[in-house]
Write a protein that binds this ligand. Sequence first.
Ligand SMILES: [Fe+2]
Ligand SMILES: [Fe+2]
Length: 132
Amino acid sequence: MSIPNPIPHYEVGHETIDSHHKEIFHLISSLDAVIHTNRRENIESIIVFLESYMLEHFEEEEALMKAAGYADYEFHHREHEIFRLRVQELRKFYTSNAPNTHLVFNIRRFVDRLVDHILTVDSGIAGIAHQS
Ligand SMILES: [Fe+2]
Ligand SMILES: [Fe+2]
């Protein structure tokens, strides 16, 4: 049985992009599990996931927008740049031996902002994603 999506109506109509977004929604429950285990290596694996997500997923969206001549590309790209900086800050925070509770709090805030981006900014590419 598949897990019901906690946030409906987020799909942009592009299989890969939508499946990446779904991974972010699932990450919220992974974070809850990490809080319970309180193990540092589990926290790092989430940061590693976010680092690769920033590379692969954002590049995919940007390539799609460029190919379609998307009018709001510059704004969307700037938003991605902010997230790329924020994930570097998360990594620095991790390597500075910040306590687990602070790390989890910051990761949760990061993921919340990412969900907001999916719902308010990524939703704008639904029109072009359906055509590709
Ligand atoms: Fe996205
Ligand atoms: Fe995006």
